[in-house]
Design a protein around this ligand. Structure first.
Ligand code: SAM
Ligand code: DTB
Ligand code: SF4
Length: 326
């Protein structure tokens, strides 16, 4: 753990931070953000669903679960060349991190995994931070991905351990934590966050943040997603997440894990530029750009670049943390 970073936060301290008057909270988070990060920069990342839909799991929010009828077309694993072409285009457009997602419960040691390993090598060779989100991983699989040049692995806690069973029953919270440990052990950077708007209480949000910020090492990357309600899923009728809840989550994550990348992830399509600006002020320093997240809509690339111009933000270069350490 770097100097100045704490992993002994108590739940009470987290409540106190989160419950401050919102403008005071944003002010404090913005102050800490300036001490640890270049606040004029926001990393532009690209997501690609390399294997879509047909997933065996029952994650209540997810349009890719086979058991819900969401209209998502099932697609087998993409070809390496197509993926690399997509990554190159994303890089040319200014993206510095490329995240490949697969609608899998877990990685299996089969030919599809061999193909993903080749994709990881290829994207790494493009000079982008390469990230994957493929479901659960064992130690051996994490080591294989690391050897291929994987920079980061995304595996979210999604919510508190207490509320988790209301959202997913086909695997446990401990399974999630075990995968994260395997990723960490392999020396791959950890990307781990969650979703708000699932019907959880404030207490669940605080507990999720507590689990993240008391890990022996903070996740280097913490995505905060606002639920994108999708027709056909059990959460289709959940109301839109209040922007102030999103701002509070981001600001609290920034204060608790000051050196991590806090990613303003799903939910931007419903947010105005002014609302997103508040999220950046509160400490978010990354977005996913491109018309689609994995399967749901996202603001257009041009709109995002216009937003960067308007707010005076510039895209962050790749591997910046590595340079700070060296
Ligand atoms: N199958 C893998 C897994 O579950 O780990 C990887 C893909 S999964 C789609 C990646 C993450 O996307 C989930 O953990 C969840 O946090 C987020 N996500 C999925 N559907 C979402 C939705 N409708 N709204 C917001 N976030 C969502
Ligand atoms: C994360 O936390 N959010 C991204 C990324 N990690 C993989 C995914 C959001 C998915 C939103 C629903 C969809 O587009 O299918
Ligand atoms: Fe499958 Fe991942 Fe969606 Fe859960 S979140 S249903 S594991 S693709």
């Amino acid at each position: 753990m770097n100097e100045g970073l704490r992993n002994d936060w108590t739940l009470e301290e987290i409540y106190e931070i989160y419950n401050q008057p919102v403008l005071e909270l944003v002010y404090r988070a913005a102050h800490i953000h300036r001490q640890y990060n270049d606040t004029g920069e926001v990393q532009v990342c690209t997501l690609l669903s390399i294997k879509t839909g047909g997933c065996t799991e029952d994650c209540a929010y997810c349009p890719q679960a086979a058991r819900y009828h969401t209209g998502v077309n099932v697609q087998a694993l993409m070809k390496k060349d197509e993926v690399l072409e997509y990554a190159q285009k994303a890089k040319d457009a200014g993206s510095t991190r490329f995240c490949m997602g697969a609608a899998w419960r877990e990685v299996r040691d089969n030919r599809d995994f061999d193909k993903v390993i080749e994709m990881v090598k290829g994207v790494n060779e493009l000079g982008m931070e390469v990230c994957c989100t493929l479901g659960m991983l064992n130690e051996y699989q994490a080591a294989r991905l690391a050897e291929a040049g994987l920079y980061a692995y995304n595996h979210n806690l999604d919510t508190s351990s207490e509320y988790y069973d209301e959202i997913i029953t086909t695997r446990t919270y401990d399974d999630r934590l075990q995968t994260l440990e395997n990723v960490r052990k392999a020396g791959v950077s950890v990307c781990c966050g969650g979703i708000i708007g699932l019907g959880e209480k404030k207490e669940d949000r605080m507990k999720m943040l507590h689990t993240l910020c008391t890990m022996p090492e903070h996740p280097e990357s913490v995505p905060i997603n606002a639920l994108v309600p999708v027709q056909g899923t059990p959460l289709a009728d959940r109301p839109r997440v209040d922007i102030w809840d999103m701002v509070r989550m981001i600001a609290t994550a920034r204060i608790l894990m000051p050196a991590s990348m806090v990613r303003l992830s799903a939910g931007r399509a419903e947010m105005s530029v002014a609302e997103q600006a508040f999220c950046f002020m509160a400490g978010a320093n990354s977005i996913f750009a491109g018309e689609k997240l994995l399967t749901t809509p996202n603001p257009s690339f041009d709109d995002d670049m216009a937003m960067f111009d308007l707010l005076g933000l510039k895209p962050r270069e790749a591997f910046k943390d590595e340079k700070v350490v060296c």
